[in-house]
Design a protein around this ligand. Structure first.
Ligand SMILES: NC(=O)c1ccc[n+]([C@@H]2O[C@H](COP(=O)([O-])OP(=O)(O)OC[C@H]3O[C@@H](n4cnc5c(N)ncnc54)[C@H](OP(=O)(O)O)[C@@H]3O)[C@@H](O)[C@H]2O)c1
Length: 315
């Protein structure tokens, strides 16, 4: 059983990112010992990639864990994200994140969502300033003095990335999106691969909502005792060339999530096609769902580049 805590993927700025990281969305916003404990435990077990966000409200707790872990700062790949309410003040928001984390640089700074919130908290329309292109051009400035080693985006699709790339001087190093066998986003993966943008999979084990599906546990069983559906889902994510950032507060699961297996071509194909089963093509986060009526955080699916089809979603 190979441990892959040391597997890294190369970014388009020449640096590299550990393929498996630990996600710090704890299910609710807020600082606390539970965050610090999870990150310290992860670092102790060998994780060297931490994903947080201003929006998670826990950058101080993550920074505390980093300092208390004893792991040298330069050994850890640290990601945080620009909140939707901060698109008009990138420099200020970035400095606030560095201060909360207690670090002098981050390895990756992501625009969390393409849509911006205005002063009153309402969502601005795509053509209203600050547009995501304007925000991106401001983010590019953060690279100059190394306070951000790389910049990227999150929740972007082919449509929004195409618009961004038409104006960008810097190609995003990463696009972090929801990815798992119910939402594999094959077209987006091809698009990003062709342009040197690494996809990072959030909710990579589908929030554990379908890891016990018989089609997945059958693959797990074929790899021997102790191999779980979660490990199969993470193995698929890394084997298709994406980074994965599962979140768990449990020691045994943190260990398990670092232990990937090699999947055969047939197993990869089964997982690649999993979403085609009736009712399977879905977001586990609820960002794309019929219940939302075709919009997400104030933008229509058309504006986001997401399309809703009868009986499923096409992204
Ligand atoms: N950019 C964005 O907009 C965005 C959006 C969503 C998430 N994210 C990032 O992605 C990270 C991960 O996503 P996520 O938390 O939504 O989903 P996830 O990692 O797919 O699933 C997390 C859930 O699965 C459970 N779990 C973890 N490992 C397990 C295992 N081996 N076996 C069984 N259950 C397991 C966890 O419970 P326990 O903790 O109880 O073990 C938790 O309930 C977040 O923490 C965040 O950093 C980013």
């Amino acid at each position: 059983m190979p441990a892959v805590s040391d597997k890294r993927l190369t970014l388009n700025n020449g640096t590299s990112i550990p393929a498996v990281g630990v996600g710090c969305w704890m299910g609710a916003c807020g600082e606390g010992e539970h965050v610090t404990n999870m990150v310290k435990l992860a670092l102790d077990l060998g994780y060297r990639h931490i994903d947080t966000a201003e929006n998670y409200g826990n950058e101080q707790s993550v920074g505390k864990a980093l300092r208390e872990s004893g792991v040298p700062r330069h050994d850890v790949f640290l990601t945080t994200k620009l909140d939707q309410s901060d698109h008009g003040r990138v420099e200020q928001a970035f400095e606030t994140s560095l201060t909360k984390l207690g670090v002098d640089h981050v390895d990756l700074y992501l625009m969390h969502w393409p849509m911006a919130y205005g002063e009153s908290g309402d969502t601005l329309q795509p053509e209203e300033s600050p547009t995501f292109v304007e925000t991106w051009l401001e983010m590019e400035q953060l690279l100059a003095d190394g306070r951000a080693k790389a910049i990227g985006v999150s929740n972007f699709n082919v449509k929004t990335l195409t618009k961004l790339l038409a104006h960008a001087s810097v190609v995003p190093a990463v696009n972090q999106v929801e990815l798992h066998p119910c939402l594999p986003q094959h077209e987006l993966l091809n698009f990003c691969n062709e342009r040197g943008i690494l996809l990072t999979a959030y909710s990579p084990i589908g929030k554990a909502k379908f890891a016990d599906d018989p089609a997945i546990t059958a693959i797990a069983a074929a790899h021997g005792p102790g191999v779980t559906g979660a490990r199969i889902l993470l193995s698929w994510g890394v084997q298709r060339g994406t980074a994965v950032i599962p979140k768990t507060v449990h020691t045994e699961r943190l260990k398990e999530n670092l232990q990937l297996v090699h999947l055969s071509a047939a197993e990869m194909e089964t997982l690649d096609r999993f979403y085609r089963r009736p009712g399977s093509h879905r977001s586990v986060c609820g960002f794309h769902s019929a219940e939302l009526g075709g919009s997400c955080f104030g933008w229509t699916y058309e504006q986001l580049g997401w399309a809703m089809a009868e009986g499923g979603i096409h992204l």
